[in-house]
Design a protein around this ligand. Sequence first.
Ligand SMILES: NC(=O)c1ccc[n+]([C@@H]2O[C@H](COP(=O)([O-])OP(=O)(O)OC[C@H]3O[C@@H](n4cnc5c(N)ncnc54)[C@H](O)[C@@H]3O)[C@@H](O)[C@H]2O)c1
Ligand SMILES: [Zn+2]
Length: 361
Amino acid sequence: MQTVRVDLADRSYTVFIGTGILGSGHPAFDIPRGSTALIVSNEKVAPLYLESLEASLAGVEVHNLVLPDGESFKTLENWAQIIDRLVEIRATRDATVFTLGGGVIGDMGGFAAASYMRGIDFVQVPTSLLAQVDASVGGKTGFNHPLGKNLIGAFHQPTAVLIDIDTLDTLPGREFSAGLAEVIKIAAVRDADFLDWLEENRHAIASREPELVIELIRRSIANKAEIVAEDERESGVRALLNFGHSFAHAIETLTDYRLYLHGEAVAIGMMVATRLSEIRGLCKTGFSDRLGKLMTSFGLPLHIPEDLEPSSIIETMKLDKKVIAGSARLILVKAAGHGFIDSSSDKLQVAAAITASQKQT
Ligand SMILES: NC(=O)c1ccc[n+]([C@@H]2O[C@H](COP(=O)([O-])OP(=O)(O)OC[C@H]3O[C@@H](n4cnc5c(N)ncnc54)[C@H](O)[C@@H]3O)[C@@H](O)[C@H]2O)c1
Ligand SMILES: [Zn+2]
């Protein structure tokens, strides 16, 4: 069992990473006796793991709510469903919400916990690789609005994060690779040694060797925990975690969230951001090829579909929350492990990087 501490004064918590956690009597499942737990999950994950999680919570009054599966259900209607369920089970302020699923369930259950009675405890039990390496840590919770992704939300830190990598046994390959894109993201902007390690171990990682999977989750979270401890509310360095994301969100929007998984769009977005860094002479040529090779070995896409116009991508990026005061705020890279925030790219440079990412090289 590996642990990572997220250091946030009275909101600090521990992330536990290992095998055989679900169904066990792990101390992190200990919530005050006599209190109530609500497990929020979805129709895909609940049949697989709900029973084990319930077994771990023996002695506690446990309820569950199983929502439909998918990003399209990350809606305020489902926020109301969770709140209704909490009211129905007469949850009081000492109740705990457990989120069992991918990032969608984690974000929804977390925000419901943040908003119910002005905030109750929640424990993340992430089951997708993306949620295990990224979404479950850091306290960003929320829902989508018809006009924008994650427009409704709150910072609300979990009280623990329990990562049982056995759950990955049922995760489809494409979802696993999408999670690896977020791992590469954090290595690319902040941890050059980790990027080397990912390259050296790429075959064993792709075949999901448990020890390597635990290590890659631990290193991703250790990096994220440091960033979050420094900048919980994203007024500075936490923005590095958005590497590739402004482009990714535009691509996701323009393809109606149908063509790519989020992590796949992030892979493409990182290629565009890296090419932009190269075009502007801020990063040595060759880093985009290096990232591209690693991502290809995990089956991730690298190219923007040819029918997406650079101008429509740029236009769509303006609606992105990460654009501050009109100038595109992008995360660029200087070298492996060195991302930085930049607001000085002009439209022509951005368009050139997009066009370069459309060509099959
Ligand atoms: N809060 C944050 O900091 C943060 C960070 C990154 C992403 N996110 C959010 O996370 C969401 C994306 O997360 P995701 O990629 O996990 O998507 P997801 O929650 O939709 O999960 C992907 C798919 O895998 C299924 N699944 C999950 N675990 C499984 C398992 N063990 N076996 C079989 N199937 C399983 C899910 O039911 C779903 O169909 C987005 O809504 C994004 O906004 C949040
Ligand atoms: Zn992401």
